[in-house]
Design a binder for this molecule. Sequence first.
Ligand code: AMO
Length: 432
Amino acid sequence: MKDLLIKDLSEEDKGKEVTLRAWVHQIRPLGRLIFIILRDCSGMIQAVVKEDPKLLDFAKKLNLEDVVEVKGTVIPSRSKIAPIEVQVKSIKILNKSSPLPLDISGKVPAELGTRLRYRVVDLKRPENLAIFRIQAELMDSFRRFLRSKGFIEVSTPKIVAMSTEGGAELFEVKYFEYKTYLAQSPQIYKQLLVIAGFERVYEVGHAYRAEKHNTIRHLNEYISLDVEMGFIDNENDLISLEEKLVKYMLKSVAENCSHELKLLNVDIPTVDRIPKFTFPEVIEILTEYYNIPEYKDQTDLDPRGEELICQYAKENYDCEFAFVDLFPLEGRPFYTMPYDSKLGRSFDLLFRGLEISTGGQRIHRYDLLLKRIKEKGLNPENFKYYLEAFKYGAPPHGGFAIGAERFTMKLLHLKNIREASLFPRDRYRVTP
Ligand code: AMO
């Protein structure tokens, strides 16, 4: 097993003999020297080949991405970029690479389509590793924060028998003699687990949406960071929990990913208070402040509206996030707790012009839930097992879900959500 990562080498190792197993990231002949940049998951180091004519000859024939075992001595570096380098004594090829379909040094940019076609090669770019290390930190800090607040991690079924977020966006799954679908969200199950007495649950899992539109903000398979908790007073408890959670996640990325952030040239915003607007206030801002009368009768926010509200929050509250609460019931799912006859206790969290999260208080009373299911034109028979649970001690409860790729995309200023997904699934892409 490899027991030495590149990042573990330091100036203290000067003079030591080391064995590195890594990829050949770059080769630069310079007079009678050859510089090889070696890359592993932890970083890069320069290896220098000199004097030995046989070794120089061998090094000249290396291909980018050859998998090699390099033995050598740690010496002070002649470049200003790093304090040490390795003077090569031997190179063994563990596996030869073919010529690459993409330049991974970043010098020759490729179209996103080409990059996704050769995603494995594309992912070799250090910038990509940085993106996914940051995404992993977002997920890890999400878990840490919630665990510290008494939440338990759960994994709910992804093969389900009913729709939760609206009927049109479902993928059907062939499942013996049953009609089943890929879960659009863990909504039903996270609620059931609160009722089951788990009280505080979270899940990091895939969600599936059969959205036909191929946009820069939609995936057909995305990572949903879900939270659900019992005994809330109303949705404001969730808004304040999510505010603390998001601040913790940002702080964790800033503290634990400084190298990655530097590589990507990204600063993590500091957030004090996230402003909250009600939906009627949002409509007023859009129609009065921005003078767009078409928003008057809207029951949801469109991308332009989301952008303008974020702009408003930035200009007036110096914050790139904004909560929008009390969305009209009309556009929200059946489980939304009504606030009055028109509005629901349902909110969105916007970040840099994009909805990155939705949440709200749920209906916990059986009769009201049954009524809302019928009013939404849904068949209560399809919700039998879900509905039944509300007869056996359902506390007032609610939760929210953050789209991991959308959060990553906005945090790192990525232009397309696909860049925040390892192997994106979209309307025309099911491989690799
Ligand atoms: P919603 O449907 O708004 O709410 O989804 C929650 C969050 O998930 C992300 N998201 C997506 N990301 C990429 N591609 C998609 N096609 C996609 N669809 C959704 C977004 C969005 O804000 N059950 C509720 C959540 C709750 O109330 O707890 C739900 O799924 O970031």
